[in-house]
Design a binder for this molecule. Structure first.
Ligand SMILES: Cc1cc2nc3c(=O)[nH]c(=O)nc-3n(C[C@H](O)[C@H](O)[C@H](O)COP(=O)(O)OP(=O)(O)OC[C@H]3O[C@@H](n4cnc5c(N)ncnc54)[C@H](O)[C@@H]3O)c2cc1C
Length: 418
């Protein structure tokens, strides 16, 4: 048995871990197992991968990139990290149209949870998926796409790992492009007033907001002329922040003061480079995260309310909120299924308590019609899932057909989807 842990350290398991070299080895192991969970980079905060039986990780599996004749999609090994995938795409003159904050996640893991970046017209990575090869609970392989096994495809576009082990994923790509990143400190009141206009003007926009400070860090990415690799691999230097976090963890009452102090610093930056080198940044400080996708129109009001509540109670929320925008989609279990969203991520330093803080804030997000990111902390029950997702029962029916014995479930997923 091996001890498995997620990235933040909040989910652990004792399980047999298999890293198959090829699909036959994987298929044989899945057929013989009574329970199995797939894991990618373990970047999910919820216990999606947890299993005290058997965990498979496809990082070492053989495979290569296949570019479609029209160069609009590629087939890639599902266990590849986004870092490996986007580097291979770049060598072919191709790129993903959008990416999130970091790139160690696997292609399978990031698409299985609706991982997204920011951009008013850009959907999550799950919306880029065109098809996938799945090893089913009996060990047999099948392909699903909009034309082949369409119900299975609809469900598996945001699968949470319950519909089989994905070994290959076909994903939409665009011609390679370059990005210019711009970071600046702006007054919160000013950004709040202008944000809707800025969203219309920028291809990618987001801001970071320390709840006890009056300024935010605004970040935009715009396509630019070809240029070399950027000098830095990250959008933000974390050394000073680490010091502040560690002081705040020992004396939580100092958090509001420390945040205001930190936001007095000159915070601005410019980077340019290939898109796949600019989208992701280094995140070396461990945190726990909850993220709610809000109907776009109520996003800023909701953030305002949560921040006012944190300030009133002087709560030691030591990490900033991250505010992004994501386009609507048609994926059954996607939080973006109901329309375009404003995505509000709430973080807490991993060394500080987060449970009550998240639970109390979640009530505000829920009251304004939010739906959680499936990979990040939430306390949804089965009834909540039914209330939020009109297609939930169909999703469960497809799951039952694909995996009648519940081989791909764990207790967390069984409570919501069995
Ligand atoms: C530092 C950090 C930054 C992040 N930034 C963002 C961001 O910018 N935007 C965002 O939306 N999210 C973000 N996330 C969340 C993250 O993208 C998701 O948790 C994502 O699912 C992680 O991918 P992973 O490879 O680690 O998957 P894991 O967490 O290992 O697994 C996620 C799910 O995928 C399933 N799965 C994995 N491999 C397979 C497979 N081969 N077949 C079938 N199912 C499989 C698992 O069973 C599980 O249900 C971030 C997380 C961290 C820790």
């Amino acid at each position: 048995m091996t001890r498995w842990s997620n990235w933040s350290g909040s989910v652990t398991a004792e399980a047999s871990v298999l890293r198959p070299r090829d699909e036959d080895e994987l298929a044989g192991a899945v057929a013989a197992a009574s329970r199995v969970r797939a894991t990618g980079a373990g970047h999910s905060f919820m216990p999606l991968c947890a299993s005290n039986d058997f965990i498979v990780n496809l990082e070492d599996m053989a495979g290569s990139l296949g570019v479609a004749a029209d160069r609009r999609s590629v087939r890639a090994p599902a266990g590849w990290s986004l870092k490996r995938l986007t580097a291979a795409l770049w060598d072919e003159g191709l790129a993903l149209a959008n990416q999130g904050d970091v790139n160690p996640q696997s292609l399978a893991g990031s698409t299985a949870t609706g991982t997204h970046g920011t951009g008013r017209e850009l959907g999550s990575l799950s919306t880029f998926v065109r098809g996938m090869r799945l090893i089913g609970s009996d060990g047999d392989a099948c392909w699903c796409s909009a034309d082949e096994n369409p119900d299975l495809f609809q469900a598996a576009r945001l699968s949470l790992g319950m519909f089989g082990i994905a070994t290959e994923i076909e994903i939409a790509v665009v011609p390679a492009f370059h990005l210019a990143e711009r970071i600046e400190k702006r007054r919160w009141a000013e950004v709040r007033e202008q944000f809707d206009d800025l969203v219309e003007q920028q291809r990618h926009i987001e801001f970071w907001f320390f709840p006890h400070a009056d300024s935010v860090i605004l970040k935009t990415l715009e396509p630019c002329d070809p240029c070399d690799l950027p000098p830095s691999t990250t959008d933000m230097e974390e050394t000073a922040f680490r010091r502040v976090l560690n002081i705040g963890a020992v004396v939580p009452a100092l958090v509001p003061f420390l945040q205001r102090l930190m936001m007095r610093a000159r915070l601005s930056g410019r980077r340019r480079g290939p898109a796949h080198a600019i989208f992701p940044s280094d995140r070396t400080l461990r945190f726990e995260e909850m993220e709610y996708e809000m109907p776009r129109a109520v996003g800023l009001d909701t953030l305002d309310e949560v921040v006012r509540w944190i300030r009133a109670k002087r709560l030691p929320v030591s990490f900033p909120f991250e505010y992004r925008v994501v386009a609507a989609d048609d994926i059954w279990m996607s939080p973006m299924h109901a329309g375009p969203v404003a995505s509000i991520s709430m973080h807490q330093y991993a060394k500080m308590p987060w449970q009550k803080l998240f639970a109390d804030s979640e009530a505000i997000f829920r009251a304004h019609g939010g739906r959680p990111h499936w990979a990040k902390r939430h306390t949804l029950t089965r009834d909540d899932v039914d209330a939020l997702y009109p297609m939930a029962e169909r999703y469960r029916a497809v799951r039952r057909e694909a995996d009648p014995a519940g081989k791909f479930l764990n207790p967390h997923l069984a409570a919501l989807f069995s």
